[in-house]
Ligand binder design. Structure first.
Ligand code: CUA
Length: 368
């Protein structure tokens, strides 16, 4: 078979190839040979495969279950390791037998036809029992892990209510602190997340800390875990919940005991009233005038409960369900056009005038 490509001369220019003496137009895969005839296509196919193969080698991997940071996550990682080793063993045994058979029983010139067999009772029993046993070896540790990771929380666990909303997370701490999207937990202490939803089914997952669990309206699900290293752990909603499901992110911040105590005390405090005639004061006026108070709570100022509690929004590192870093320009962009950042977001465009926007952003940022 001759394989080469030539570019046609006269209009319309067409890439053609000669296959077994016939001329075919390339990139119109009318036969399986058409594409095969173009060396360029074949090399790009290998390049694509190579690119796909190395694509997973980059980093960093902020949501890797292979870097567990809690007992819960380590249980899952351990189970994955056990099953993976078992599967590798099965793979090696099957491949060795396959290669042995292919080589040992390959066709040789002049060889007699092999003996035909119909049914082999011992073999058939063996290859029924072996997979059943393998499934038992997978099932036992799996069920053990399910029970371990679903165990009820100890009485002294820190209970935090998680309420899922389209498309952000609300956290309610004992003592009345309410915040959004960034879950603070103390290092080493067992935390019991009591999770429910205000609208549709969502699912809560920070892969380095715990397995995913559905968050269902009218029902309370739990995640019980104790983080074992200080840091910031990324997560997100993992159940399709509408237009901005992919924009429903979360962070778990594991603090030292003292940092957590300080954070809790700061969150529980009523924010200081802005100084008279300051830009923050004008911002607070705008917060009232543009109707923000209808949906958002700021302790001492408003009692809205539709959107996130903003009492200490200035202390968060992100806004808009974890979509944007908390910076003045980002806050302005978000308030100016919420749907541009998060399609389907319930916050309406309030048409805030530029002067008022500067003041409003300054006010929100002052809510530390
Ligand atoms: Cu919430 Cu997907």
């Amino acid at each position: 078979m001759k394989r080469h490509a030539t570019l046609g001369q006269s209009p319309p220019p067409a890439l053609t190839a000669s296959v077994d003496g016939a001329t075919v137009r390339c990139f119109f895969p009318t036969t399986s040979r058409t594409l095969d005839a173009v060396p360029l296509y074949r090399s790009s196919r290998w390049l694509t495969l190579a690119a796909l193969a190395v694509m997973g080698c980059g980093g960093p991997f902020p949501q890797s279950t292979l870097a567990p940071a809690s007992g819960y996550a380590r249980e899952i990682d351990g189970l994955f390791g056990t099953v993976f080793k078992l599967m590798m063993l099965v793979f090696v045994v099957v491949e060795v037998l396959l290669l042995f058979t292919i080589i040992r029983h390959r066709h040789r010139p002049g060889a007699a036809e092999p003996r035909h067999t119909h049914g082999h009772t011992v073999l058939e029993i063996a290859w029924t029992i072996a997979p059943a046993l393998i499934l038992v070896f997978v099932a036992v540790p799996t069920i053990q892990t399910i029970f371990k990771t679903q165990a009820p929380a100890p009485a002294d666990a820190l209970k935090i209510q998680v309420v899922a909303h389209q498309w952000w997370w609300e956290y309610r701490y004992p003592g009345g602190v309410v915040t959004a999207n960034e879950l603070h937990v103390p290092l080493g202490r067992t935390v019991d997340l009591e999770m429910t939803s205000a609208d549709v089914i969502h699912s809560f997952w920070a892969p380095r800390l715990f397995g995913k669990r559905d968050v269902i309206p009218g029902h309370t699900n739990h995640i019980v875990f104790a983080a074992d290293s200080i840091g910031e752990y990324m997560g997100q909603c993992v159940e399709f919940c509408g237009a901005s499901h992919a924009n429903m992110r979360l962070r778990v911040l594991v603090d030292s005991d003292t940092a957590f105590a300080a954070w809790t005390a700061a969150q529980a405090a009523t924010p200081r009233a802005p100084a008279k005639n300051s830009v923050e004061q004008r911002g607070q006026d705008a917060f009232r005038r543009y109707g923000c108070i209808g949906c958002h709570t700021v302790t001492g100022v408003s009692t809205g409960i539709i959107g996130p509690n903003l009492t200490h929004v200035g202390s968060r590192t992100t806004i808009a369900g974890g979509m944007l870093p908390s910076a003045a320009d980002m806050l302005g962009k978000w308030i100016e056009n919420p749907q541009g950042v998060k399609p389907g977001a319930l916050m309406p465009r309030m048409g805030v005038k530029p002067d008022d926007m500067t003041a409003l952003v300054a006010y929100l940022q002052s809510l530390k």
